[in-house]
Design a protein around this ligand. Structure first.
Ligand SMILES: [Zn+2]
Ligand SMILES: [Zn+2]
Length: 372
């Protein structure tokens, strides 16, 4: 009996279907991975409620109705002769395609900035995950919410046997994003980190900051998520609507000068303005949120030059940060915090319930299990 694939689709808002598709085909440089965990990212919000398949960084996100999921971990099922991988290897997958010859690839940067995820390869019309599926002349496997997915070998990271999939799966858009952005920000022991806009990206920042022995201050309104942060060990909470929110934030910091770093993770102006206002002179402001179309109206003199702030922000995980990230994910205290962050786990056959939970915001990170 020939093997097939099962792929998750959202044909219309609030409706999902599991569709049978041909087993993925691959060319040199790619592998078929039996996918074990597909963490929910944007699929559980705008795609589920509005069928809004948006693009970012040149089309990295799933822009096609069958294109759901980009994060994940699994076991190598098939490789071609000459591969550096073998059947049975356990891997953490970083999303998207690979060219090996662009600025991002040559400098170990994050793969949404790789040419292969921005410009179609010669003779191709689509990019990123769709382009990778086309390039392999495959009818399935480009995306992560499927029993089997195609991965580019340079974006497969062999994980140690002792690292459970549940913890490795935090290496993408939760702990992975926080860790890599904090490498850029140089967050270190003794620093103070203000985090605003608390969803799973913020939780990744918080876990990374606590791993680095920094002090975390959370700007938070959602009581459910505040409970999760308390479990992680966060001690300082400020309601951004309080009249004295800024004094409360500064009171936690050295000489009340304000936090050394701030990570804004919602992508909306409400929190962006606040983190800019609170950060100390010459501090770091990082934007890790994702809200297409959101606008921030600011005075460059007041927001950048007067405070001497450094602004950063990027998607995903830089290639050069992957080893440090995996070592972080093996840390027992980090794993304890991931246990707090991952509030819901569903078989892929119950994807609708997973997406509804995500929309409710009464969750941390939600995992789907494609084999179930
Ligand atoms: Zn590249
Ligand atoms: Zn993601």
């Amino acid at each position: 009996m020939s093997k097939s694939n099962v792929v998750l689709t959202i044909p219309e808002p609030h409706k999902f279907e599991l569709v049978e598709r041909p087993f993925p085909k691959i060319k040199a440089g790619y592998a078929v991975v039996k996918h074990e965990i597909a963490p929910v990212c944007l699929e559980g919000t705008r795609i589920w409620t509005k069928h809004d398949f948006e693009k970012f960084a040149g089309g990295m996100q799933s822009d096609y109705p069958d294109g759901l999921g980009h994060e994940g971990v699994g076991v190598v099922e098939e490789v071609l002769p000459g591969s550096n991988f073998k059947k049975g290897d356990r891997v953490l997958i970083f999303q998207g395609d690979w060219c090996g010859q662009c600025h991002a690839c040559r400098n170990g940067l994050s793969l949404p900035y790789c040419d292969a995820n921005i410009t179609p390869k010669p003779g191709m019309t689509r990019v990123a995950m769709a382009g990778m599926q086309d390039w392999n002349e495959s009818e399935s496997g480009g995306w992560a919410m499927a029993k089997y997915r195609i991965a580019a070998e340079p974006h497969m990271y062999k994980i140690p046997d002792s690292l459970e999939f549940k913890y490795a799966a935090a290496g993408n858009c939760s702990v992975g994003v926080g860790y890599s952005n904090q490498e850029i920000m140089n967050v270190k022991a003794g620093d103070t980190v203000l985090v605003g806009g608390i969803g799973f990206i913020a939780m990744g920042h918080i876990i990374s900051a606590l791993y680095r022995n920094a002090t975390v201050i959370a700007l938070i309104r959602n009581p459910y998520r505040k409970g999760l942060l308390e479990k992680m060990g966060v001690q300082h909470f400020v309601d951004p609507n309080a009249d004295d929110w800024l004094e409360q934030v500064k009171s936690v910091t050295y000489e009340e000068r304000g936090p050394d770093h701030a990570a804004e993770c919602s992508g909306i102006a409400f929190y962006q303005e606040k983190v800019c206002e609170a950060t100390r002179m010459y501090g770091n402001v990082n934007f890790s949120g994702h809200t297409p179309g959101a606008r921030l109206d600011f005075s460059p003199l007041d927001y950048i030059t007067h405070p001497g702030h450094t602004f950063t922000g990027q998607h995903d995980v830089r290639m050069r940060d992957r080893e440090g990230l995996v070592r972080c994910l093996m840390n027992k205290d980090v794993q304890r915090m991931i246990d707090a962050m991952v509030t819901h786990e569903f078989p892929m056959s119950k994807a609708g319930e997973a997406f509804d939970v995500q929309v409710s915001k009464k969750c941390g990170k939600v995992y789907l299990y494609p084999q179930q």
